[in-house]
Ligand binder design. Structure first.
Ligand SMILES: [Zn+2]
Length: 248
């Protein structure tokens, strides 16, 4: 498989059945996480057991972050600390500068801005660069990380959010991230060989809108971020199953 992925979670922020939406994308033995919810190591371990694919932090080349809602980003503190203390290296985070603008001050700093080196000593100040290497994504040009080439495009969501196209080994995976229904975004994603699209209530993309798309496009589309009451059997677009491996 030149490009494959395992959904570590397929649920929404309120799910009692599934982990939050997150993909482990694989190429040439390296893994790119698409978003990073908590508890990311447990999610990787459980997906390893169901897929038979070894997945853990040592294989993670980086995280491509779509936005700062907690169901997509709440695992970054834990994975950042794991990299810092156990792997002795910084965690690479790919994100558009608008997406990552408040990553530190509005999300991570409260739990990470001070570290005690030894008991009895005062805490040492820490900054984002002590734990993370931020690689800016661009809407103008693709960005390379190991075997992966990543492009982004803004979606309609509450906070700055980007969809992604990830290329490796001559194949391309599209990911809508969180978004309202957007035909222009879908046309952008449709240039990929396989596209993963969200569906949910409220300001998200209604299933009915996706179900009305042409059959050829639906055959290359997979659903993610669906609510717990989503009827998997009745869907005319294949819903992703948590912990199963998919070839692009
Ligand atoms: Zn969101």
């Amino acid at each position: 498989m030149s490009l494959s992925f395992i959904p570590l979670g397929v649920g929404d922020a309120f799910s009692a059945l599934r982990y939050s939406s997150c993909l482990a994308v694989e190429a040439e033995g390296q893994v790119l996480l698409v978003d990073c919810p908590h508890p990311i190591r447990k999610m990787m371990r459980e997906a390893s057991l169901t897929s038979g694919v070894e997945l853990d932090t040592d294989r993670v080349a980086g995280v491509a972050l779509t936005h700062l809602h907690a169901d997509h980003s709440s695992g970054l503190e834990g994975l950042g600390y794991f990299s810092f203390f156990l792997l002795k290296r910084r965690l690479t985070v790919l994100a558009h500068p608008e997406v990552s603008r408040r990553l530190w001050d509005g999300h991570l700093a409260a739990g990470m801005e001070a570290l005690i080196a030894r008991p009895g000593e005062p805490p040492q100040p820490k900054g984002v660069e002590d734990y993370y290497t931020l690689e800016p994504l661009s809407t103008e040009a693709p960005v390379r990380l190991g075997p992966f080439t990543v492009e982004c495009r803004f979606t309609y969501h509450h906070v700055p959010t980007t969809a992604l196209r990830i290329r490796a080994g001559g194949r391309c995976l599209g990911y809508s991230a969180d978004t309202a229904f957007d035909e222009v975004l879908i046309a952008w994603l449709a240039q990929a060989d396989l596209l993963v699209h969200e569906t949910n209530y409220g300001v998200h993309t209604p299933y009915e809108k996706l179900a009305a798309l042409p059959a050829e496009l639906r055959s290359r589309m997979r659903l993610i971020h669906y609510p717990d009451d989503f009827d998997l059997e009745a869907s005319n677009i294949e819903p992703l199953i948590q912990g199963r491996r998919y070839e692009v």
